[in-house]
Design a protein around this ligand. Structure first.
Ligand code: F6R
Length: 247
């Protein structure tokens, strides 16, 4: 696992966008699973800027949704798909038909999860995973504990996730209790992974991810068993001002 320490959030976003653009330049039809959440927003905006300047071309990429709240229609503005559409798909001119989506309230979520995993397999696995780090070490909504072979599935959100997502929903009690997440199995098999981490509030969980035990209790720590993983963290997340920090 490589660690890049960015000076600040703008630097993190630029470095991440350049890495994504490089992966797509190597393989224009790359299968890419994409997080929402706050952290990758700057990178996605930078990619849109690069595309306008002719330095990036999203025409052929194959985007995969990473996670979804169960029971929230995909076109609800609070749905994670809606967020992905506003932040990534629309600015890059990617039509919905090209996206492998997760079910929102499908009548049979389990069958829909199997269909999603089959679509990832049919794509030959992910070429690139763009992930954020949950406050409890979750990746997507692979809440702790999530074993390395966890499939795409329905999950119950933990207290930490309800709290961290509360601000997006106007309060913790309004956050949906269940979600669907792409499983650890496919995420860990990605040929390249970028884990983006920003802010002092991520310091402890970043430290656990990089240097703590490799354990399903911190799902992100399992990335240390995976192939080509690059953590791009800003100085605030690394705690450069903390003399005990080893960045
Ligand atoms: C969202 C997702 C989540 C977030 C994580 C960090 O699609 O996959 O795992 O990446 O909760 O969220 P932020 O970036 O808002 O701190």
């Amino acid at each position: 696992m490589n660690l890049i320490v960015a000076n600040d959030y703008a630097d993190l976003s630029r470095v991440a966008a350049e890495r994504i653009a490089a992966a797509v330049a190597r393989k224009p039809d790359a299968a890419i699973v994409l997080a929402t959440g706050n952290t990758p927003m700057g990178a996605y905006a930078e990619l849109a800027r690069m595309q306008r300047a002719g330095a990036f071309d999203a025409t052929h990429i194959r985007p995969f949704q990473l996670d979804a709240y169960l029971g929230i229609p995909f076109d609800d503005e609070r749905a994670l798909y809606g967020w992905l559409e506003r932040a990534f798909l629309r600015p890059l001119g990617i039509a919905r038909e090209r996206v492998v989506m997760l079910p929102d309230g499908a009548p049979d979520p389990e069958a829909a999860c199997r269909a999603y995993d089959a679509a990832v397999d049919a794509a030959g696995g992910f070429d690139l995973a763009v992930l954020g780090l949950g406050p409890n070490g979750h990746l997507g909504f692979n809440e702790p504990p999530s074993p390395a072979d966890a499939p795409t599935r329905r999950v119950i959100l933990t207290e930490a996730s309800l709290n961290s997502n509360g601000p997006y929903w106007g309060g913790r009690d309004r956050v949906p209790r269940e979600a669907i997440t792409c499983g650890m199995r496919h995420l860990l098999a990605a040929r390249e992974t970028l884990l983006l981490v920003s802010g002092a509030h991520k310091r402890e969980i970043l430290r656990a991810t990089l240097y703590g035990p490799v354990t399903s209790d911190v799902p992100a720590s399992l990335l240390r068993l995976a192939g080509k993983v690059t953590v791009i963290a800003d100085a605030a997340a690394c705690g450069r001002d903390d003399p005990t920090w080893r960045c």
